[in-house]
Each structure stands twice: as structure tokens, then as C-alpha cells.
Design a binder for this molecule. Structure first.
Ligand SMILES: Cc1cc2nc3c(=O)[nH]c(=O)nc-3n(C[C@H](O)[C@H](O)[C@H](O)COP(=O)(O)OP(=O)(O)OC[C@H]3O[C@@H](n4cnc5c(N)ncnc54)[C@H](O)[C@@H]3O)c2cc1C
Length: 288
């Protein structure tokens, strides 16, 4: 079992791992999907490069640097997170446990632009199956998404709800969903209801009744994962104190997912703060 699992292999995650590994903690990074840095072709404002450097090059260098220090990096997507005194991270391939976890998955992508989505938030729209699934016992629910994260959320709901429908909103399913889940690939026109969400209207004119819609588009962001263990979030950012601790013991967050300045220097600084604090807390727990 690693001492710490870092979710994200961008500058915040790698910087965290450099500090924890050099402090002697066995460190596992799980990283899947793009880092914001991959889109940055020419970086001129990061310390130490006389000539512009590409984001891709920084990522390659960072991973090699962490690898040299003994950090294990697995290209796997975190889809679930639980806490029972230790953290258990589920990916599309396996499950990993550690006493410390660090959220560093970057800034969240835009929410899907579906008319009614914002209006029914908390009134039938949810972003966390494990948090809200119970409210939909024996009721029909739908999951919006087409990949591993949608599959994970749908699997959480299957034993609770009367039915689970996958809504891909015009996308091709990226994974095989079990036959108990109906997959509907129609493009969504709008969500409707009264006090609460009641139905989903499609562009082809058809309509489907539902009591709940769980949003699981793309891959899970830090705020999605934080919610699953009861960590405080504000919109799409994870709330942390000056030591980058969340309100859940042993759970930290670093980089763009905590908001503020969305720059490499801040992500690297966050990682350094998290790494040193995790190492300090780890040693403190060992002594007591
Ligand atoms: C076009 C563009 C240009 C930019 N130019 C500059 C610049 O010139 N200078 C500058 O300082 N900053 C620049 N930035 C900002 C900079 O890229 C970010 O601030 C920085 O990358 C944030 O680091 P991070 O580690 O927090 O997140 P990211 O770099 O986004 O890394 C997130 C990591 O999390 C992983 N991940 C996400 N979800 C999951 C999951 N569910 N499971 C496992 N892994 C997951 C991803 O694979 C990735 O490894 C630019 C950004 C963009 C988009």
C-alpha cells in the first residue's frame, strides 16, 4: 500500500510527489486525461527557462523527474473515492488504498450546456451518486455521460433506483454498459418539471420521465471526487486552508482545482506545500 495517492499528473500532482518521495513516503500517482499544460505551446513566464518551453515538454520532464525519485505513475482514471479512516480510490482498472490522498486533477471542464440543468440543481440534478442516490430509492433515474465515470455512477445507483438510463446526449458510448442499464444516445433538448425535475425532452421530439439526473460527463474532477467523501467544495473548486488541507483528515488538494491563480507556478507551489505537510503529518501519525 502506498503512503500517499496523488490524483493528477500535472504540475501540482508531480510537485506534490517530488516532496513526498524525497521525504521517504511511497507515492503513487494516478493520472488520466489531458493536463491543461498540453494545450500550452509556448511558456515564457515559468522560472528557469531562458527560451520558451512547451507545456508538453514540462510534463515529460516532470514525469521523468518523479520517476527518477521512485514515484509510481499509473495512467488510470479515478472514478470513485471513499474514506473509512483510509482512502480507497477506484479506477477503471482497479482499486488502491492509502492513508493520505491528494486531489490535483486540474480545473474542471465546462458543465454541459443543457437548458434546465442549472435550474434543477438540487431539485433532481445531482453530481454525486454515492451522496444523493439514497433520495431516489425505487425511482427511475438517469446518468448523463458516456465513459467510465458515468458507468461508475450508474453502478452505484443500480441497486437503489427502480431503473437507470444512460444518456449520452448524442455521443457514442465509450464503454460497454451492463444490459440492466438502458443506453439512450439521443441529443437532449431540455429538462423540464415543476418544483422538481420530471422529464427529459430530446431533439427528436421524444420525452422520458425521470426523478433524478446524475451528471457524470467526461472524467471525474477533483470537486466530484471531493464530494464523495464529504469534503467541502465551492462550485467546481475544492475548499482548502492555507496548508491545502480539506476538511477531511488526510485529504489535500493542489493546483487549478483549488482555484485562485491558474498558473504553473501556483500549481507547483501548492504541490510543495501539500507534499511537505503530508510528510509532516505522516511522521506525526507514526510517532503517536
Ligand atoms: C492554453 C493554455 C495555456 C497556458 N499557458 C500557461 C502559461 O503560459 N504559463 C502558466 O504558468 N500557465 C499556463 N497555463 C495554465 C497551466 O497549464 C495550469 O495552471 C497548470 O497546468 C495547472 O496544473 P494542475 O496540475 O493543477 O492541473 P493540470 O495541469 O490540468 O493537470 C491535471 C492532471 O489531472 C489528471 N486527471 C484529471 N482528472 C483525472 C481523474 N479523474 N483521474 C486521474 N487523473 C486525472 C490529468 O491527466 C492531469 O495529469 C495554460 C493553460 C492553458 C489551457
Amino acid at each position: 500500500m502506498p503512503d500517499v495517492i496523488v490524483l493528477g499528473g500535472g504540475p501540482a500532482g508531480i510537485s506534490t510527489a517530488l516532496y513526498t518521495a524525497r521525504a521517504g513516503l511511497s507515492t503513487l500517482i494516478l493520472a488520466s486525461g489531458a493536463s491543461a499544460l498540453e494545450k500550452a505551446g509556448r511558456i515564457e513566464n515559468y522560472y528557469g527557462f531562458a527560451e520558451p518551453v512547451s507545456g508538453r515538454q514540462l510534463l515529460v520532464n516532470g514525469a521523468a523527474q518523479a520517476g527518477r525519485l521512485g514515484v509510481r505513475i499509473l495512467r488510470e482514471e479515478a472514478v470513485g473515492l471513499t474514506f473509512d479512516g483510509e482512502f480507497a480510490v477506484t479506477t477503471e482498472k482497479g482499486a488502491y488504498r492509502a492513508p493520505f490522498a491528494v486531489l490535483a486533477t486540474g480545473a474542471s471542464r465546462k458543465a454541459p450546456q443543457i437548458p434546465g440543468l442549472a435550474e434543477f440543481e438540487g431539485k433532481g440534478i445531482s453530481y454525486c451518486a454515492v451522496c444523493d442516490g439514497f433520495f431516489y430509492r425505487k425511482k427511475p433515474v438517469a446518468v448523463l455521460g458516456a465513459g467510465d465515470y458515468a458507468l461508475h455512477e450508474a453502478a452505484e445507483l443500480l441497486p437503489i433506483a427502480s431503473s437507470v438510463t444512460i444518456l449520452t446526449d448524442g455521443r457514442k458510448p465509450e464503454v460497454e454498459f451492463p444490459k440492466e442499464m438502458e443506453v439512450c444516445t439521443g441529443k437532449i433538448k431540455e429538462l423540464s418539471g415543476g418544483e422538481m425535475l420530471r422529464s427529459i425532452r430530446f431533439e427528436d421530439g421524444s420525452e422520458r420521465e425521470t426523478s433524478g439526473l446524475f451528471v457524470a460527463v467526461g472524467i471525474a474532477g477533483s470537486a466530484d471526487l471531493a464530494r464523495k467523501v464529504g469534503a467541502e467544495v465551492r462550485g467546481v473548486t475544492v475548499v482548502v486552508d492555507e496548508n491545502r488541507r480539506t476538511n477531511v483528515p488526510g485529504l489535500y488538494a493542489a493546483g487549478d482545482c483549488t482555484g485562485g491563480l491558474l498558473q504553473i507556478s501556483k500549481a507547483v507551489c501548492d504541490g510543495a506545500i501539500v507534499g511537505t505537510n503530508v510528510a509532516k503529518e505522516f511522521r506525526g501519525r507514526k510517532k503517536s
